[in-house]
Structures are given as C-alpha cells and as structure tokens.
Design a protein around this ligand. Structure first.
Ligand code: SF4
Length: 424
C-alpha cells in the first residue's frame, strides 16, 4: 500500500510525521504521489492554521477520492465537534500517532475516531533512527502548563511530559551514527524538560558529550528556563550553537502581564545580557504577537523600543489570533484587523533591518556551514549561528561541513564561495 503525509505547524509535528513515515516504511508501505492512504497532521495554533488544516483535508479528499483519509493532531483534538462535515475516515487527536498502523488495519469502511483525556496523557514514546533533513529533530517533551492567555496549546497538547533521558541520548547517538551532524531539540515547552530530578541542563550536558555531534541546537526556549545551570552548560560547550530562539511575545510590561507571561521586560533584557556575556556572538531570534487585546498605539511603541534595545537578529511576527477557550478570547479591547496588519508590516520591516545588520557583521569572513539543499548549482544551508548561506558548489558536498568565504548579502542569503570540504 502507498501513502502520503501532509504536515502543518511546528517542529514537533514535523518530528511526529517523520515517526509515522518511519513506521509505515518499516511495515512495507511506500511513500507515493498516488497514495492509497493520506495522512494530514494538523495545527490549531491560530484561526488561520485551523482553516488551512480544514482546507488541506478537503483538497486531499478531492485529489484522491478513493484514498483512506486520516487526520491527526492539534486541530482534530481542538475541533472534534466540527469534524463530521469533513468526513474523515480515521480521526486521531494528539495521541496514538505511533499506532497509525493499528488504526489502518482496524479500518473496515466505518469512521474511526480516538480521543483521550489530555489531562491524563502519558508521554507517547517515539524515536527516529534517521531524519529526512540534514538537521535531525528530536522531540524530547510534550505539553505545557503555562497557560499564556492567548495560547490554545495547553488545551490540545496537555500537561508537560517528557521522554526518558536514556532514550533521548540513545536516539541522538543513532542519528549521529547515521550521518546527521546537527541535532535540534524540540518540544512544546522544550526548556521544561525533566526526567525526575534530571533536568534540561543535565540533558544538554550529556548530549554535548555524544561522540560525532557537531552542533546541538535548541529549537525554542523560554527566557525563564535559561537558569544559571543551563547557561553554564552553554558557556562550556561549543557544540551548542550560537543561535537561540527566545520568545518575547511583547515588549510592554502591561501586555506581558495581560498575556500571563512569566517575566517582565527588565528580566528579559537582563537574561539576554547574561547570554551575551558568555556568548557575545549569540544570534537571538524571537516571536512577537501584535494586536493583543488592549495593545494601544503607545504600548505597541513600547514593544518596538524594547525590540530595538535588545537587538534581535530576526523576529517571527504573529497577528493576535482569538482562540476560543483561551483567557484572551473574552478580553475587552480586541484590536481591529487592519491595525494588526499595519503593526505586522512595521515589525517585519524592522526584523529585516535587524537581520541585515547582523548579516553585515559576517560579510568577508571565513566560516563553516552545512549545505541542506542543492538548487540550480547552488548549495544552500545554515551556519551554526543560523545565517542562511548560498554558495556555488558540487552536489557531493551536501550534508557535509564546508568552509566558505562570505562575499555579499543578497537577502535572505549571504552569498559565499566554497573554500574546502571539512568532513566526509
Ligand atoms: S509557553 Fe505559553 S505560548 Fe508556549 S506553548 Fe505554553 S502556553 Fe503556549
């Protein structure tokens, strides 16, 4: 039987789709453009993600009318009451993705759906020996207990639960043995990782000791989780990349408070200063939500000023999206859509300027990168501090560590020339 997987959303979803693919391949199924089975791994983080998920399910059904349609993940978990009109054959929420084969075998033409009480969900063990990308993701954790006022995730992913440390370390060792040079640690609330008393600092420290690992990247981490022990590990281990993604969400204390974020701007700025003291080259990217209820023009200006003061390398900008069931959805002073659009535009413009300023520091320098894609005679990939490189070169250099000389900015790329191949 053949299959095709469609993935929306975050790195955790990408990881889980890779796991489903691995399981299907190991059970004699083949990936194909003419699938007998279509799996859609959905997202519900914003209204837009919801409608994208629904639209994708409809399009897949139309394109492959005789295929078995399986829809899984956050939108399915969040909107189970509204699934009937989508007419899905098998609907799974946020558990049992690793049991996809059992559901396929169980299906006898009658609709199957499986949902669990998210408050009682155990961590669903999943591991990968290989990853389809140069940079291999490892899902180390699931769920979140922070309940930020705008966020639907705790309601669809459940409480914090983590993969056993020995399983994480074994998975990393296998991925490296199979040729991956970079590991990206991912989760819903990555920094909240723990296995009993063993916490994120312990895990980072042990992973940096895995032989053959060239780069260890943290996909995203809350400022509040960058405690002294984590910073000490970052200070002492160059394997940890000079790039961190630390969500700010807003640069005004009034809005941070309304969002139920766990820090204020002073604490956030102090944390960034600490990081730059131990790693002056650190590239720091972030997430910012604009148009949160109550965000007056003055409070938005505060966000702009805080961002400029911190000097991020890049900002992922999100217009506030009202999610039913969250605290913010019932707040007064909801912001007009056009105002949100205007603020998104301003922040994206600022982000581009900040990113170019950071790139300028690396023009005419000799650095390393790992090509991830080969296109039209060019190798494209990231440096450890997450600069996007484009260099003329030979396809055989893909997935290897390569030394380059950077020449000029052709946004979003740093155009470069290959000097030598470092690793086989
Ligand atoms: S920390 Fe906040 S924004 Fe992040 S997943 Fe948890 S509730 Fe959502």
């Amino acid at each position: 039987m053949t299959y095709k997987i469609y993935t929306l959303g975050c790195k955790v979803n990408e990881y889980e789709s890779e796991v489903m693919k691995d399981i299907l391949n190991n059970n004699g199924y083949y990936e194909s453009s003419e699938p007998d089975i279509c799996i859609i791994n959905t997202c519900t983080v914003t209204n837009q993600a919801d409608s994208k998920s629904r639209k994708l399910i409809r399009n897949v059904k139309k394109n492959y009318p005789s295929a078995l349609i399986i829809a899984v993940g956050c939108m399915i978990q969040n909107k189970r009451e509204t699934l009937e009109e989508l007419d899905i054959d098998i609907a799974l929420g946020n558990k049992d993705k690793s049991k996809i084969i059992d559901y396929i075998k169980e299906y006898k033409g009658k609709h199957i759906e499986q949902f669990y009480n998210i408050d009682q969900m155990e961590f669903e063990d999943m591991t990968l020996n290989n990853f389809d990308l140069t940079r291999a993701y490892i899902k180390i954790q699931d769920g979140c207990d922070n309940y930020c006022a705008y966020c639907i995730i705790p309601y669809v992913r459940g409480h914090v639960r983590c993969k056993k440390k020995d399983i994480v370390i074994k998975e990393a060792t296998t991925l490296i043995k199979n040729g991956h040079k970079e590991i990206v640690l991912t989760g819903i609330h990555t920094g909240n990782y723990h296995d009993g008393e063993y916490d994120f600092a312990n895990l980072l420290n042990d992973l940096t000791k895995v032989e053959g690992l060239e780069r260890l990247r943290i996909s995203s981490i809350e400022a509040t989780e960058l405690n002294d022990r984590v910073l000490e590990v970052i200070k002492n281990n160059k394997v940890l990349t000079n790039h961190m993604h630390i969500p700010l969400q807003a640069g005004s204390d009034t809005i941070l408070n309304l969002m139920n974020r766990k820090y204020n701007t002073k604490e956030f700025k102090e944390k960034i200063k600490e990081i730059r003291t131990i790693r002056p080259q650190m590239s720091i990217t972030t997430d910012v939500i604009v148009g949160f209820p109550g965000e007056t023009p003055e409070l938005f200006e505060e966000t702009i000023n805080t961002i400029k003061e911190i000097g991020f390398t890049k900002i992922h900008v999100f217009p506030y999206s009202k999610r039913e069931g969250t605290k913010a959805a019932t707040m007064k002073n909801q912001i007009d859509g056009n105002v949100k659009k205007e603020r998104v535009k301003r922040l994206l413009q600022l982000s581009k300027e900040l990113e170019k300023d950071y790139m300028k520091k690396y023009v005419n320098t000799k650095i390393e990168f790992i090509p991830e894609v080969y296109k039209d005679g060019y190798l494209i990939g990231h440096t450890e501090n997450y600069l996007l490189i484009k260099a003329k070169g030979n396809e055989e250099l893909l997935h290897n560590t390569v030394t380059i000389k950077t020449k000029e900015i052709d946004y979003p790329y740093l155009i470069s020339e290959v000097l030598e191949k470092l690793t086989i």
